[in-house]
Design a protein around this ligand. Structure first.
Ligand code: GRF
Length: 305
């Protein structure tokens, strides 16, 4: 059970202990405070007492737990925890099932977070393993928030990630993305500072590039400028690399401009091609590099904004 919690909250053993202490102390203090409020208000009849007591402790608990978390050094964790709870209770963010259309702008709740934080939108079309790593990386962050996941495929794995993580999800349509406003109003509504492409297969339209100059980055599973461009994605990249007899491949993280895989390179790192490699084995090795480096490069880029 404790291992499960450690994994779920992405914390080490000591932090888990401090978090559990905060819950325990916060819970007991809430109980005492609730009783004190009831006595002070002079409420004694049992019929009114119980429902009122529940309301009082529901209001007091977040405040008291936050207060205790300051002393246990877990304020950031509890602030994020309470924000998530609020979202879950509002029910607006449950995205386990999707209609075949995008969320309309008026359905998107306004951002409830302070302006001092930087907001990221992750665009993904696939399984979303990079998206998950980035979410994990910033889970406890005080300054960076994954505010939105944008997806163009109603059955993509990343949709489950958005639902599980309670991150608002915007399912987009081709027509509006390429020939309309490219969903810039939604991105602005979420005060997005940086767009992070993580396996997003559509080309980014000019409207979006103009709205986010030098604020859209992508990861490519090869060493650009080789093996990039239209049609070079997924297995096709690795097949081409192996077919050309390269001795190494790797990853490229770059800014996005109006051409496929063309913007300024931010970071590259290589991995060897080993005897007996097939596109799948190479893809796995490259994926490991992506998971290792993309989150921290995203962090370094957003910190400079
Ligand atoms: C990654 O290999 C990335 O380089 C490419 O698409 C893949 C996405 O994988 N652009 P995942 O969905 O993050 O697992």
């Amino acid at each position: 059970m404790f291992e499960h919690l450690q994994k779920k909250w992405n914390v080490n053993g000591w932090r888990l202990i401090l978090i559990l202490i905060t819950f325990a102390v916060g819970g007991s203090l809430t109980g005492y405070a609730g009783k004190w409020v009831m006595t002070t208000l002079g409420i004694r009849q049992t019929a009114v007492y119980v429902p009122l007591y529940i309301i009082v402790i529901t209001i007091l608990w977040p405040m008291i737990v936050l207060l205790v978390s300051v002393f246990t050094g877990q304020f950031v964790f509890f602030r994020n925890y309470l924000i998530k709870m609020g979202r879950r209770m509002s029910g607006k963010f449950n995205v386990t099932h999707f209609p075949d259309k995008s969320i309309a702008m008026e359905d998107l709740p306004a951002n409830d977070l302070s302006n001092s934080r930087k907001h990221i939108a992750i665009f993904a079309s696939g399984a979303g393993s990079n998206a998950q790593k980035i979410i994990d990386h910033f889970r406890q962050s005080d300054s960076v928030y994954i505010s939105l996941i944008v997806c163009n495929k109603p059955n993509a794995g990343v949709i489950q990630i958005a639902a599980r993580e309670n991150i608002p999800l915007l399912l987009i349509e081709k027509e509006r993305f390429f020939r309309g406003d490219s969903y810039v109003p939604e991105l602005n509504n979420y005060q997005i500072d940086l767009v992070v492409l993580a396996g997003f297969l559509w080309k980014i339209p000019d409207t979006l590039i103009k709205a986010f100059p030098e604020r859209i980055i992508n990861i490519h599973p090869a060493l650009l400028p080789k093996y990039g461009g239209k049609g070079m994605y997924g297995q096709y990249v690795h097949e081409a690399v192996l077919g050309a007899g390269e001795v190494q491949s790797g990853i490229t993280i770059h800014y996005v401009d109006e051409h496929y895989d063309n913007g300024d390179i931010i970071f590259q790192t290589a991995c060897p091609i080993l005897p007996g490699d097939d596109p799948e084995k190479l893809a796995q090795r490259v994926h490991q590099l992506e998971h290792l480096h993309y989150p921290r490069i995203v962090e370094s880029v957003i910190k400079k904004l």
